[in-house]
Ligand binder design. Structure first.
Ligand code: IMP
Length: 424
């Protein structure tokens, strides 16, 4: 069984915990897009791990993890994470592979990301993680990128870096009044990274093909969420990769016919970090309350996440784009004690009602949300392990979400620990 796990909102849905659970039933876990902008939190035996770049499946000691060609790799972040794992007694030797075709994040990508974000009105502020993700993907598409495999050939890498850096330094000087970066420093540092990376590097598309021939079970670990997808999200307030299901194909080199199931992960409410429209955002008061109870602070940047009601319009959009077979609903426990629960079921704008996701940013920014209301429940549910044990109103809420989104709920999470999970 090969499965793709996708964030069906704006990221931070709780994919880390889900990957951790599903990894047990898989042989290989693959990241296919994004980079160290992600933050997948996993709690194992009371210890909290946050992984940004390496697939969260690495915490299972006998599983193989792959970083596919669609991921952008900051070598410094990669080795920081390898070291963190080693310090926790988790070895990656012989079971962590990096695609030779993945693109590399360079210091000028991080610098440009920061300067752009701080550039006031000259560019639209996106609220990026400033990890250099956008500029790296931009270079990839502009054919100015440098790939992992290029590091393996120092002469070729030298020539390539010289050309690219010349262009990037021109941008830094002419647009941002920055003196530019030193070729020698970057070249020396990245040649060292190349040597250290070499044992991890593979043709991962071929590796995955051969593994699938041997009937190995592959789990594709999505990062961010569908509404942050560069094609299907709330553009321009998106990340620069395909965080929806298509990314799993192009970002690994496997064929779609290999995929058996697509699992969508949603929170029982909605959150988003960074700028951009968020129709169902909570009013002040409830916002701070849920932020605090749900510990809604970014795993990568520490920024407070904006929180809001469950939005069926975006969830249905995700279900359609990704062909979701099932839903995992996370953090249901956070809603305990909220008197009345609202579910956003449509948007009203300019005299029109939208039941399907409208791509127009101004509509998403200014629409009035049409809500359904349901009674909440008071009981704490963190110790519940079976559907039967949930309060009636919690079951009613989940059943309504399932009906409105049109995808069966198969997993409900009531806490961060592996054990705090209800399988339906
Ligand atoms: P970037 O991916 O750093 O370019 O950021 C682009 C947008 O995606 C910003 O709004 C970020 O806050 C958001 N973003 C990036 N990665 C994540 C994530 O893992 N979870 C939630 N939001 C993210």
């Amino acid at each position: 069984m090969n499965r793709i796990l996708i964030g069906a909102q704006w990221g931070d849905e709780g994919k880390g915990k889900m990957i951790d659970l599903l990894a047990e039933k898989s042989d290989i876990i693959v990241r296919f897009q994004g980079g160290n902008n992600a933050g997948h939190t996993v709690c194992v035996n009371g210890k909290k791990f946050i992984l940004h770049l390496i697939p969260s499946g690495i915490l299972h000691r006998n599983k193989v993890c792959v970083i596919g060609n669609g991921v952008v790799i900051d070598p410094e972040a990669f080795f920081d994470e390898v070291d963190m794992l080693l310090r926790s007694g988790i070895s990656v030797k012989g079971r962590l592979f990096v695609s030779n075709q993945a693109h590399l994040i360079f210091p000028y990508h991080r610098l440009l990301d920061r300067l752009k974000e701080e550039g006031g009105k000259r560019t639209t502020k996106i609220g990026t993680t400033k990890r250099g993700i956008g500029p790296c993907y931009a270079d990839k598409v502009a054919r100015l990128g440098i790939r992992v495999i290029d590091l393996m050939n120092p002469d070729y890498f030298k020539e390539r870096l010289q050309n690219v850096l010349e262009e990037r330094n021109l941008t830094l000087r002419k647009i941002y009044g920055h003196p530019g970066l030193s070729f020698k420093e970057i070249y020396t540092q990245y040649c060292r990274f190349g040597e250290k990376l070499a044992p991890f590097v593979r043709d991962t598309a071929l590796y995955l093909y051969e593994a699938s021939e041997k009937r190995k079970k592959i789990l594709f670990e999505g990062a961010q969420g569908t509404l942050l997808d560069v094609d299907h999200g709330t553009y321009p307030y998106v990340t620069s990769s395909n965080a929806s299901v298509g990314g799993a194909i192009s970002g690994t080199g496997v064929t779609p016919t290999l995929i058996d199931r697509v699992i969508g992960v949603v929170k029982a409410y909605t959150t988003r970090v960074g700028e951009g429209p968020f129709p169902t955002q909570f009013p002040p008061g409830l916002l701070e309350r849920i932020q605090k109870k749900g510990e809604e602070f970014g795993a990568t940047t520490g920024r407070p996440r904006r929180c809001g009601w469950f939005d069926v319009v975006i969830a249905r959009h995700s279900a359609r784009i990704n062909g979701l077979d099932e839903l995992a609903v996370m953090k249901l426990d956070v809603l305990s004690g909220v008197d009345r629960l609202k579910i956003g079921v449509g948007y009203r704008h300019g005299g029109k009602v939208y039941r399907n996701y409208p791509a127009e940013t101004p509509i998403l920014e200014k629409c009035e949300v049409i809500y359904e209301e349901l009674p909440g429940w008071k009981e704490e549910i963190t110790k519940v392990r079976r559907w039967k044990g949930l309060p009636t109103n919690a079951k009613r809420y989940l059943s309504r979400l399932e009906k409105l989104v049109g995808v069966p709920v198969k997993i409900v999470s009531v806490g961060s620990d592996r054990a705090q999970t209800i399988f339906l």
